[in-house]
Design a protein around this ligand. Structure first.
Ligand code: PEP
Ligand code: CO
Length: 432
């Protein structure tokens, strides 16, 4: 399901053959480390922050943009770690999030019907025939942009930028002046003081790489099966198959059929995998997904990303958690408070309310507590930019502001201030 209509099958085959010969983007050992961290989150000993754009854009590919997105995620992780006293597992929707499932395969305006926009790995968003025609060369460009993005992420996270001594630098200018930005500065100062205290006690802080580097993992929806298969390689150490396009791959709400091609694909790779689950999912379906995707019941192997909607989560989620427990299985539960809360304004802009996002996270925590599993993390759509795509937050984006800086290629994202605001509120929930 959800595969583009490629106009030229031979051209697609040629591209897939080319991709098969290109180097892997991530390594099997990294995917295994992520799985260990996810296993800790499953036990309540860590918290997952999975975040990034709904759809990455070919045009949005500057070093500054990647660095600033990383800043937002690092800042949020500091706030959460400080509040909860738990390690935060950082996973980006980045370096590969270029393909989108669509509710309808075509879109009509007046008399013209054209294929839907499916992400920059497939076609382009302007409403004209050339832009909307699927072009397999875009798969190679998606691979190259993923490689370059990942290279920068590795440099930033291992090369000094993610050093805890840089904690002030992560506060971008337009964030620093806001109440959340100032609250962040207070935490940053306390962390600095703690580091000075430890150094004064004679602890050699320079020697511990954990203070100077972070582990940052990549993830995207495994939607385009030709692309994902071409990047699936046999690990030379274990002989197992890994999809080396990202550390973590997920199936979306529209492609999670137990007998469908996407689940079949995920069942054959050793990476940690995830499935979105919306309000129509049944207990039977989620248990069947566990059997299909995680037959050995391995810690950290399978994550369910609940995206129920703020009004439904408390009712719809507990029966699913219970069914999985009763089947004797353990998975990681995280909350996507974005995709069940999208609506269109009268002017036709897709948006989400900050309050609905918070309400869904609260409902998710309540459901997890009720059923005795760890609320293991959140899955967010956000950007480093000062956009006006989601409504609300402490510096209220109002209906009439939405059009001023609405840049989303697909779904509406939290801006950097709203993201930090959310991290503080989430930190309070974790303390509770
Ligand atoms: C997404 O994550 O952007 C998405 C399309 O989500 P879902 O499959 O949950 O609708
Ligand atoms: Co989205």
């Amino acid at each position: 399901m959800q595969q583009p209509e490629w106009p030229d099958g031979t051209a697609l085959e040629e591209v897939v053959a080319e991709l098969r010969d290109l180097p892997p983007l991530v390594f099997a050992g990294e995917a295994r480390s992520l799985q260990q961290s996810l296993a800790r989150a499953q036990n309540g000993e860590a918290f997952v922050l999975q975040a990034g754009d709904c759809a990455e854009a070919f045009g949005d590919f500057q070093a500054d943009a990647i660095r600033d997105k990383l800043k937002v995620i690092l800042q949020m992780a500091v706030v959460l770690t400080y509040a909860a006293g738990l390690p935060v597992v950082k996973v980006g929707r980045i370096a590969g999030q270029f393909a989108k499932p669509r509710s309808s395969s075509s879109e009509s305006h007046e008399d013209l019907e054209l294929p839907s926009f499916r992400g920059h790995a497939v076609n382009d968003s302007p409403f004209d025939l050339t832009s909307r025609t699927a072009d397999p060369r875009r798969l190679v460009r998606a691979y190259q942009q993923s490689a370059a993005t990942l290279n920068l992420i590795r440099a930033f996270t291992k090369g000094g930028f993610a050093d805890l001594n840089q904690i002030h630098v992560w506060n971008q200018e337009f964030v620093a002046g806001s109440p959340q930005g100032r609250r962040y500065e207070q935490i940053a100062r306390q962390i600095e003081r703690s580091l000075r205290f430890m150094a004064a006690c004679g602890i050699d802080l320079g020697a511990d790489s954990r203070l100077h580097e972070v582990d940052f993992y990549t993830s995207h929806e495994a939607l385009l099966l030709g692309y994902e298969e071409a990047l699936t390689r046999r690990d030379s150490l274990t002989g197992e198959w890994y999809d080396c396009s990202a550390h973590l791959l997920w199936v979306g709400e529209r492609t999670r059929q137990v007998d469908g091609g996407h689940v079949e694909f995920l069942s054959g790779i050793k990476n940690p995998v995830a499935s979105k689950v919306g309000p129509t999912a049944t207990p039977g379906e989620v248990v069947a997904l566990c059997e299909r995707l995680d037959p050995e019941n391995e810690p950290g192997r399978l994550t369910f990303i609940a995206r129920m909607g703020s009004g439904l989560v408390e009712e719809a989620l507990p029966p699913l958690i219970r069914a999985i427990k009763e089947a004797g299985r353990e998975v990681l539960w995280i909350c996507d408070p974005m995709h069940g809360n999208t609506f269109s304004t009268p002017a036709g802009l897709k948006t989400r309310r900050f309050d609905d996002i918070l309400t869904e996270i609260r409902g998710f925590f309540a459901a997890c507590h009720e059923e005795g599993v760890a609320p293991g993390g959140v899955h967010l759509e956000l950007t480093q930019e000062d956009v006006t795509e989601c409504l609300g937050g402490s510096e209220e984006v109002l209906d009439q502001h939405l059009e001023t800086r609405y840049q989303a290629l697909c779904d509406p994202r939290l801006n950097a201030r709203q993201s930090l605001d959310l991290a503080f509120q989430l930190g309070e929930m974790l303390q509770g």
